[in-house]
Design a binder for this molecule. Structure first.
Ligand code: ATP
Ligand code: MG
Length: 427
C-alpha cells in the first residue's frame, strides 16, 4: 500500500524502495541456512557436553582410579570453547541481519531524496510530494526489516521446538487407545518363535532366529560366552525390546499384545548390573512391588530369601539403612542381594536371573541356592550363569553362541557334551 501511494506521488521513487525490500529479504534468506546449521551444531554439542558432565560426576571414583581427570577436562574444555565460538557466530549472523536491514533502510531513504530532488528540478514532483514520499518510504521499510530480524530469531526457537518434538514423538510403550491383553495370572510358559533381535543403529543381529519353548515350572540355565546374547534374550522376554523378526510368547500370547506393566509384574528379574535408587533398603526392595504396594510379610520373606537378613539384623538401622546414591554405600554383593530381594518381593511366577550370584562368596551363594530351590518350586526359573554351581538348580541347559542356540537339552547330557567339546560354535 505504501509503495502504491509512493508510486502515485512519483513513479520513479518506488524503485529504490522495492530494491531495498528485495535486498533485505534476500539477505535474510541467505542468513537462514547458516543460522540453521549453527543452531543445530550448538544443540548437539551442548547435549554431548552435558553427557560428559553427568557421566564424570556419577562415575567420580572410576574417573579418579583411571587418572582420566585431565582427559575429561580436555573434552569438556574443547566442547565449551567450541560452543562459545559457535554461539558467537550465531549471534554475529543474527545481529548482522538486523544491521543490514537498518543500513538498507537508510540507503533507501537517501536514494528516495536523491531521485526526488532530480524529479523536483525537472518539475515532475512538488516539495511536499518529496517529503510525503520520504516518510512513506521509511514506513514501508520498517516492517520489512522487523520481519527479517524476526526470521533470524525464529531459527533458534525452531531448533529448540524440533528437538522437543523429537522427544515427544518417541513411541510410547502404552499408546492411548491400544487394548492390551490382560492376564492377571500366568502359568509361565515361554516360547521364542524364530525370534531375532537387532539393536537400533546396529548392522548385526544380537539374536538370530532363536526358537525354544520353556514349560511352566521348568528350571533352565542359559550358558554362553561373553557377548553371545544372553542378556539380550532376557530383554526380549521382558518386552524391553521387540523382536526384529519372529515372536516371543508368554502362555501363547505374543508379548506385543501383552500389557507391559503386567508382563513385568509376572517376571522377577535380577539384572546383570544392579542399580539401586537413593533411599533406604526398604524403599529399594518395595520398589519391586511396582504400584501394588508391599506388605511387611512379603518384605521379610524377600529379605530372607536374598540373604539380606544378616545385613539387616546386624545393622542398628535395619531395613531403614540408607543405601546412598545408586547404592554406593553397600558392597557389591549386598547390592546384588537387594536386587534379588526386590525381584522376588511381589512373588512373580517367572524368575529371570542374570548372573545372580556373580558378586557373592561361596557360603552366601550356597545359602541363596538352597532358599531359591525351595522358593522356585512350581515357578518357571531361567538363570544365566557362568558358574557351574548354580547348574544344580536346573534340569535343562540351553547354550547360546553368537546369538544362536547351539545346544538345548537335559542338564547332564549338555554338561557332558560341553566337557567333551562336542558343542560347536555358531558361525
Ligand atoms: N543396548 C545395546 N545396543 C547395541 N548393542 C548391544 C546392546 N546391548 C548389547 N549389545 C550387543 O549385543 C551382543 C550381545 O550382548 P549381551 O549383553 O546379550 O551379551 P551376554 O551374552 O549377556 O554377555 P555377558 O556374558 O558378557 O553378559 C553383544 O555383541 C553386544 O555388543
Ligand atoms: Mg549379559
Amino acid at each position: 500500500l505504501f509503495a502504491a501511494v509512493i508510486a502515485l506521488i512519483g513513479a520513479p521513487l518506488v524503485i529504490p524502495v522495492l530494491v531495498g525490500v528485495v535486498f533485505i529479504l534476500l539477505y535474510a534468506l541467505a542468513a537462514q541456512g547458516k543460522l540453521h546449521e549453527l543452531s543445530e551444531t550448538t544443540q548437539q554439542v551442548s547435549a554431548q557436553r552435558n553427557a560428559t558432565l553427568v557421566e564424570s560426576l556419577s562415575n567420580l571414583e572410576t574417573v579418579k582410579t583411571l587418572r582420566a581427570e585431565s582427559r575429561l577436562q580436555g573434552v569438556w574444555e574443547k566442547a565449551t570453547a567450541f560452543l562459545s565460538r559457535t554461539s558467537a557466530q550465531l549471534r554475529l549472523v543474527s545481529t548482522s541481519v538486523s544491521n543490514v536491514a537498518m543500513w538498507a533502510q537508510h540507503t533507501v531513504a537517501v536514494c528516495v531524496i536523491l531521485v526526488g530532488v532530480y524529479l523536483i528540478i525537472d518539475g515532475n514532483l512538488t516539495q511536499g510530494g518529496l517529503i510525503a514520499a520520504y516518510m512513506l518510504s521509511s514506513r514501508a521499510m520498517a516492517p520489512v526489516s522487523q520481519a527479517a530480524a524476526l526470521l533470524a530469531q525464529y531459527h533458534q526457537s525452531a531448533t529448540a521446538l524440533n528437538s522437543l518434538n523429537e522427544v515427544m514423538q518417541r513411541p510410547v510403550e502404552r499408546p492411548e487407545g491400544k487394548a492390551f491383553i490382560s492376564r492377571p495370572v500366568v502359568r509361565g510358559e515361554i516360547r521364542f518363535d524364530k525370534a531375532s533381535l537387532r539393536y537400533p543403529d546396529e548392522d548385526r543381529d544380537a539374536l538370530r532366529e532363536v526358537s525354544l519353548t520353556i514349560e511352566p515350572g521348568e528350571k533352565v540355565a542359559l550358558l554362553g560366552r561373553v557377548g553371545c546374547g544372553k542378556t539380550s534374550l532376557n530383554k526380549l522376554l521382558l518386552g524391553l525390546y521387540a523382536p526384529s523378526a519372529g515372536a516371543v510368547m508368554l502362555d501363547g500370547v505374543d508379548l506385543r499384545q501383552f500389557d507391559p506393566l503386567q508382563l513385568r509384574r509376572h517376571i522377577g528379574y535380577v539384572p546383570q548390573d544392579v542399580s539401586l535408587f537413593f533411599g533406604s533398603l526398604r524403599d529399594n526392595i518395595i520398589a519391586g512391588g511396582g504400584s501394588d504396594g508391599v506388605d511387611d510379610e512379603a518384605l521379610l520373606r524377600a529379605i530372607k530369601l536374598s540373604g539380606l537378613d544378616s545385613l539387616v539384623n546386624a545393622h542398628p538401622h535395619g531395613v531403614d539403612l540408607q543405601v546412598g546414591e545408586r547404592g554406593q554405600m553397600l558392597s557389591g554383593g549386598q547390592r546384588q542381594a537387594v536386587a534379588i530381594a526386590r525381584a522376588m518381593v511381589h512373588d512373580p511366577q517367572i524368575l529371570l536371573l542374570d548372573e545372580p550370584t556373580s558378586s557373592m562368596d561361596h557360603a552366601s551363594e550356597e545359602a541363596f541356592k538352597a532358599s531359591l530351590k525351595a522358593y522356585s518350586h512350581g515357578k518357571t526359573l531361567i538363570v544365566v550363569t557362568h558358574r557351574t554351581s548354580l547348574l544344580a538348580l536346573v534340569e535343562r541347559i540351553i547354550v547360546i553362541d553368537a546369538g544362536k542356540v547351539v545346544a538345548d537339552g537335559p542338564r547332564d547330557k549338555v554338561v557332558e557334551a560341553l566337557r567333551k567339546g562336542q558343542i560347536g560354535r555358531a558361525n
